[in-house]
Design a protein around this ligand. Structure first.
Ligand code: CP
Length: 304
């Protein structure tokens, strides 16, 4: 998305302003209250996913279908991408057969920056490397906003493997713009002080980070992105950083627990917390459909 009110693409939240973020949240809330009918009839949404997904892909598919769009079945693994075709050529060819929206997940950070302006179709980032996962952060904010009057003065802790997390970065950009204080917490290699430059408070002591918090967003260890020993062992990490019931109780009494999924129960989060009264994890997943409906619809408005 650009800074105009018409937004063909959603590549990240860093460059959006608070009004644009609130507009997406408002649209998603209105779709949740009154589902629109056939708003995207005649449109075709294609999914280009080169990394695994359960929640993002299924909720985007659900969102597209609820808006009356067709969904193109496309598997990156079985496509001509594996014969050396570039992602741009693939997108131009799919556009030629009628695709109007691309939803893309890719292992390379920033891969969509050059691709989105080169196609007429809308391009939505469903997670690019360590860079951004904008719709995940938007559904996190939607879930928090349903419980809160606003974000100003709220303390949100993001706990875990911040270093490799596109979710952490998108959450930081959006929460800061709406007035919340964001604390990144994890062991130094996974929550380096360099994040202070982006506006986060960095804290390595989990108890100190959680004390008085309004919410915690727990992240898994992204072992698939780790090429060196960032933690001594999973057991060691769990001992020092797992969100246990005792640690969760350091937050405010009505504080919320979020997790983008997939969860590694017993590592970054205790099941008693994941399934406990503070948890809004499945509400996040349900809200993901409305956020993705809003994004597909708003981007469609921005398509010339
Ligand atoms: N939160 C998230 O992106 O989950 P998936 O990898 O299952 O899509």
């Amino acid at each position: 998305m650009t800074n105009n009110s018409s937004l063909k693409d959603l590549l990240g939240l860093e460059r959006l302003n608070s009004a644009q973020i609130e507009a997406i949240l408002d649209k998603a809330a209105s779709f949740k209250k009154t589902p629109p009918k056939d708003l995207l009839a005649g449109r075709t949404v294609a999914f280009l996913f080169s990394e695994p997904s359960t929640r993002t892909r299924s909720s985007f598919e659900m969102a597209a279908k609820r808006l009356g769009a067709e969904v193109l079945s496309f598997s990156a693994a079985g496509s001509s991408l594996s014969k050396g075709e570039t992602l741009l050529d693939t997108m131009l060819n799919l556009q030629a057969v009628g695709v109007t929206h691309f939803v893309v997940r890719h292992e390379r950070s920033g891969v969509l920056e050059d691709l989105a302006p080169a196609v007429k179709a809308c391009v939505v980032n469903a997670g690019d490397g360590w860079h951004e996962h904008p719709t995940q952060a938007l559904l996190d904010l939607m879930t928090l906003r349903e419980r809160w009057n606003g974000f100003k003065g709220r303390k949100v802790v993001v706990l875990g493997d911040i270093r490799h997390s596109r979710v952490a970065r998108s959450n930081l950009y959006a929460l800061k713009k709406l007035g919340a204080k964001v604390v990144f917490c994890g062991p130094t290699p996974l929550a380096p002080d360099a994040f202070k430059e982006l506006g986060a408070i960095v804290e390595h002591d989990v108890e100190r980070a959680l004390r008085g918090a309004d919410a915690v967003n727990v992240l898994r260890l992204q072992t698939e992105r780790m090429d060196q020993g960032f933690v001594a062992s999973l057991a060691d990490y769990a001992l020092s950083y797992q969100l246990t019931p005792e640690r969760a109780d350091l937050m405010k009494p009505d504080a919320l627990v979020l997790h983008p999924g997939p969860m590694n129960r017993g590592v970054e989060i205790d099941s008693a917390v994941a399934d406990g009264p503070r948890s809004v994890i499945l509400e996040q997943v349900a809200n993901g459909v409305f956020i993705r409906m809003a994004v597909l619809a708003l981007c469609d408005e921005g398509r010339s």
